[in-house]
Write a protein that binds this ligand. Structure first.
Ligand code: SF4
Length: 647
């Protein structure tokens, strides 16, 4: 095959068998790769209602058909599973160089099933693949694990692994790639539940292209565009996503209010972070380079170097928890990377605990004496250790906000601001409300964004609207959201970075001079030789998104879950009622556009059949309705593994 390598690697941990399965051409055409492959596999192989931390769960890792080609920003890996954090589809898209190595080694997807009887790691050396003993790695941080594997197998490899948080089944534990890139939504706990510590890969092969010269020409044009795009090289390449603090209205002290750029503390502004930066960093040959590398100047971790601190960390572990000390925030980011946890659910769960403390729902007795004062950074750092190691009150927070609220009770659920169990990022609800409510992995700022693109791409976006490729976001927000869902789905499927600001120029290559998705179709035709067109790509995106919705329907998701949280102070007030009315109106339009039943929110048979998903329609009809979603199954708190070395 061209573009794809034509092989799926299947690893059965229970039986310790590894098989190479040919990639079906029709699957490649219909689901493209990356997120498309993973979502399809999960629908086919994960039965509804299973325990996400049981051996029946399936873990998938996939690059895209354009990964490993001369097109820049294509070193993205999609990591997908049934999330132990939310109980619905959970996937994360991550940078680093793992995806490129995996593709060069010859694989389009890894599918991991079962549970190993003792800790294992997978070593992929081009065509040679073996499971190895990982007893010496268990209990180690992601940084230590990566160093050991690089010492053992050579520098020129990439490592995806978990830290102690994944081993201890912390429900928002991440898969960490190359020490600093985090694939979220609890995949790390699934690695831990399977006794899988790491995958190390070396890939030296070549991705063959159907029309190499045509492809290289398109890739050159694309790269030139990035190099001259002012937003990318004057802002993102200089400040990374830190720039978001000035315009994205971060939540303050568990969303008590949202801060304007003027209200952001001096210590956390983009220029202030330059005091700690020692250089910029990038994934592979990315022409943007949105990542910083910083050194902690003082305190307990003085001299420690970290990378990839993003605005989510500044907000979720900083401002939204009441912490304004950048040194403490860098320490917390490094701890999250080393233990292997996503900073968004980690920070939001801590902020939630602080809110519960201030509302009198929990006391110092509940926390074992640990302070939950807003500005107390030292206690917050101690709490992060406890969460990763499931010690003390950390064992409760390790369950994630939704399950925490159930365990704590006493009105905690009233202030648990979640969508389908997921706490949202720092992004203001006004910009993302409908996207948060309907995203196929819970509250989400990256699945689709109804209002944000215009703001991010002041030059490109108005041109797209003027040409009629994208609906005007003011006039038709639902239509705009549907288009951006397609863009992000395709981007995750082809293996491309959605970019530092998730902008259109990153999402849809060559879009500025083609019909929407026409540029991407040209690239895919040149890479694969398949006759992709803009319309077939739109259909593929809709197929993937609708299948993800169907997966969640089997997990009990219906219309009632496409809601937005409301603060108790707003509930029942005229303002609150007006918000609900507007949301219901937009949701009805969203369902109409997406072909979902207006009463249940379930994709209709007509819609599924039009997308070639008749078997899915049959299954939903034969086995539905499913038990209503209520988060992942709870375990007794003393049933979890816990402990390990402190990072
Ligand atoms: S924009 Fe940032 S995350 Fe995306 S490929 Fe470039 S360096 Fe990596």
């Amino acid at each position: 095959m061209y573009g794809w390598r034509g092989t799926i690697l299947r690893v059965d941990l229970t039986n310790e068998t590894i098989t190479k399965q040919p990639l079906d051409e029709s699957v490649a055409r219909d689901f493209i790769g990356g997120r498309g492959f993973n979502s399809r596999t999960l629908f086919e192989e994960v039965r509804p209602g299973i325990d996400p931390l049981g051996p029946e769960n399936v873990l998938c890792l996939a690059p895209g058909p354009l990964t490993g080609t001369p097109l820049s920003l294509t070193s993205r890996l999609e990591v997908s599973t049934l999330s132990p954090y939310s109980g619905i589809l959970g996937d994360g898209n991550v940078g680093g160089s793992f995806a490129t190595f995996l593709k060069r080694a010859g694989y389009d997807q890894i599918v991991i099933t079962g549970k190993a009887s003792s800790p294992k790691y997978l070593w992929i050396d081009d065509g040679k693949v073996e499971l190895r003993d990982a007893s010496d790695l268990w209990g180690k941080t992601t940084w230590e694990t990566t160093d050991i594997l690089q010492e053992r197998h050579g520098e020129n490899i990439s490592v995806a692994c978990i830290g102690q948080a994944g081993e201890n089944l912390v429900r928002f534990a991440s898969t960490i790639v190359d020490k600093h890139s985090s694939a979220a939504r609890g995949s790390g706990a699934v690695w831990g539940s399977k006794n899988l510590k790491a995958i190390a890969v070396r890939g030296t092969g070549k991705v063959e292209l159907a029309h190499p010269e045509a492809f290289k020409q398109l890739a050159r044009e694309d790269r030139e565009f990035f190099l001259k795009d002012r937003l990318q090289h004057e802002v993102i390449a200089v400040y990374g996503t830190h720039i978001g603090v000035m315009s994205w209205w971060p939540g303050y002290r568990y969303f008590q209010k949202y801060l304007s750029g003027d209200e952001i503390p001096e210590s956390l502004r983009p220029e202030a972070w330059k005091n700690y930066e020692i250089r910029r960093a990038r994934c592979d040959d990315c022409p943007v380079g949105c990542k910083d590398v910083y050194r902690i100047p003082s305190g307990e971790r003085a001299g420690e170097v970290g990378s990839g601190l993003e605005y989510e960390c500044i907000f979720c572990l900083g401002i939204n928890c009441g912490v304004q000390d950048p040194i403490a925030i860098m320490e917390m980011e490094n701890l999250a990377d080393q233990y292997g946890m996503c900073v968004i659910p980690l920070g939001n769960a801590i902020a939630f605990a602080k809110e519960l403390h201030h509302r009198g729902v929990i006391t110092r007795e509940d926390t074992g004496g640990l302070s939950l004062e807003w500005e107390d950074a030292d206690s917050q750092i101690e709490l992060i250790h406890q969460i990763a190691l499931r010690e003390g009150f950390g064992n409760v927070i390790a369950e994630g906000m939704y399950s925490m609220a159930k365990i704590i009770g006493g009105g905690a659920m009233e202030v648990c601001y979640h969508v389908k169990g997921l706490s949202r990022g720092p992004h203001p609800p006004g910009l993302f409300a409908l996207a948060h409510a309907t995203g196929t992995r819970g509250a989400d700022h990256l699945r689709g964004r109804s209002w944000a693109y215009g703001e991010n791409d002041p030059e490109v976006f108005p041109e797209l609207v003027r040409k009629g490729f994208v609906p005007d976001v003011e006039e038709d927000p639902v239509g705009a959201l549907a288009v951006s869902e397609r863009a992000t789905t395709l981007t995750d499927a082809i293996g491309r970075c959605k970019g530092a600001v998730n902008s259109w120029v990153c999402a849809v290559p060559l879009v500025w001079k083609c019909p929407l998705f026409g540029g991407l179709a040209r690239l895919l035709r040149a890479a694969t030789g398949f006759d992709f067109g803009a319309a077939t790509l739109e259909e593929a995106a809709d197929r993937i998104y609708t299948l993800e919705r169907a997966f969640n329907v089997r997990q009990g998701i219906t219309r009632v879950d496409d809601r937005l949280p409301q603060k108790p102070e707003v509930k029942g007030t005229p303002k609150g009622e007006e918000e609900l009315r507007k949301h219901a109106e937009m949701l009805a339009e969203y369902y109409r556009v997406h072909g979902y039943d207006p009463e249940t929110g379930i994709p209709t048979r007509e819609r599924l059949e039009r997308l070639g998903l008749r078997r899915v329609a049959d299954e939903l009809e034969a086995h539905g309705p499913y038990p209503a979603w209520d988060g992942p199954p709870l375990w007794p708190l003393d049933a979890y593994p816990h402990g390990g070395t402190r990072a």
